[in-house]
Write a protein that binds this ligand. Structure first.
Ligand code: DAH
Length: 365
């Protein structure tokens, strides 16, 4: 009868060969280290055929024990060696896959992350402001939520003056608070005069202004202006003219001039609207259908802002002796400057914050 102690059974070469072949096959079929670990116990664990055989050897008759022991040990060593060889192979495979997947190409460009850039409205506004700072002006500021008094009354807009409603004002609730979103930067003139007191006063005020316009290609309810104010002894319109000509030259090119058209503002007398000579065609497109100009629509001039001599009533309202001092003031749109300086046809491009619009301006800081 055969049994566990039957020498023919316990360490029979066929049994050990079969166990070896099965182990070799199982190890070879393991596709990765996890699968190899999962099949290890069946072939090298305590209950694997070869280990069971080794445990049974002690019970064999002395004359066959050592030969059986040698066979079992050889079989075990062989299976162990296959296991280790496959383990080494699968480890190499895992490492090479990981090395490929985690490879870092140190030759790739590392500095192509887009850097932030300031909006062209900001840079153009600062450039305009700098023109005045270079001439010795101070930069003045005022609140965007402004009193009706600063925005209108002190600037000589009468209560029933059509200009008050013409300005498309945002009024704040309650109406009795007398507050508006400032419709222009001119109230900063009033604040500058009240704060500084005695002339000479040379200030420039860049800032946001608000009007109840719908956003479309030519309007935006929030836009920017730059205001200038000079109050000193002996100030004349010639000073104003020279100042605006200088601004036009610095912003748009040497030799370009500003021209004036008579106009009306309650806070200046006389008042004018001013245009800049078209820097693209320099007037060459006027009456010349062969050379049309997109920038000025072949008019030769581009409307830019308003200006005039400060109305003595405004000086008086701000506590300045209008007999002794005179002044000039001007105000212009920053969006307009960016539009014609950079050929931006649609106002919405300036406010929508699409990087496809701002990127071509570069990363000017
Ligand atoms: N505040 C005016 C506006 O928003 C522009 C303006 C005109 C400003 C004449 C001035 C000026 O300082 O003197 O339309």
């Amino acid at each position: 009868m055969s049994g566990p102690n039957d020498p023919a059974e316990v360490a029979a070469p066929e049994l050990l060969d079969a166990a070896g072949r099965e182990a070799e096959k199982a190890f070879a079929e393991a596709a990765d280290l996890a699968e190899l670990a999962a099949v290890r116990a069946a072939h090298l664990g305590d209950r694997s055929p070869v280990l069971l055989a080794r445990r049974a050897i002690g019970g064999l008759p002395a004359e066959v024990r050592s030969a059986a022991g040698r066979r079992v040990n050889e079989a075990l060593a062989t299976i162990q060696a296959w296991y280790e060889a496959r383990h080494a192979e699968l480890t190499r495979l895992r490492d090479s896959v990981a090395l490929r997947a985690e490879a870092v190409d140190v030759t790739l460009p590392w500095d192509r992350r887009p850097v932030g850039a300031r909006h062209p409205l900001t840079t153009v506004m600062e450039r305009m402001t700098d023109v005045f700072v270079a001439m010795g002006y101070d930069v003045a500021e005022g609140p965007e939520v402004e009193t009706e008094w600063h925005n209108f009354d002190a600037l000589n807009f009468k209560r029933d003056h059509p200009a008050r409603s013409m300005m498309d004002t945002f009024f704040l609730e309650p109406e009795s608070a007398g507050l508006v979103l400032r419709t222009h930067t001119s109230p900063v003139q009033v604040r500058a005069m009240l704060e500084r007191g005695a002339p000479p006063i040379y200030v420039v005020c860049p800032g946001k202004v608000f009007r109840t316009d719908e956003l479309d290609a030519t309007h935006t309810p929030v836009f920017h202006q730059i205001e200038g104010l000079v109050v000193d002894e002996g100030i004349t319109m010639a000073h104003l003219k020279g100042t605006l000509d200088h601004l036009a030259e610095v912003m748009f090119g040497a030799g370009l001039r500003a021209r004036w058209r008579p106009s009306y503002f309650p806070f200046t007398e006389p008042s004018a609207e001013f245009d800049v000579e078209c820097f693209a065609c320099r007037g060459g497109s006027v009456g010349n259908p062969d050379r049309p100009c997109r920038t000025c629509r072949s008019e030769g001039w581009i409307e830019w802002g308003g200006c005039g001599m400060v109305n003595p009533r405004v000086l008086t309202a701000c506590g300045i002796d209008a007999e002794r001092y005179s002044g000039f003031a001007f105000g212009m749109g920053v969006e307009r400057a960016v539009q014609f300086r950079h050929g931006v046809d649609d106002m919405r491009d300036l406010v929508e914050g699409d990087v496809r619009f701002t990127l071509p301006f570069g990363s000017e800081v």
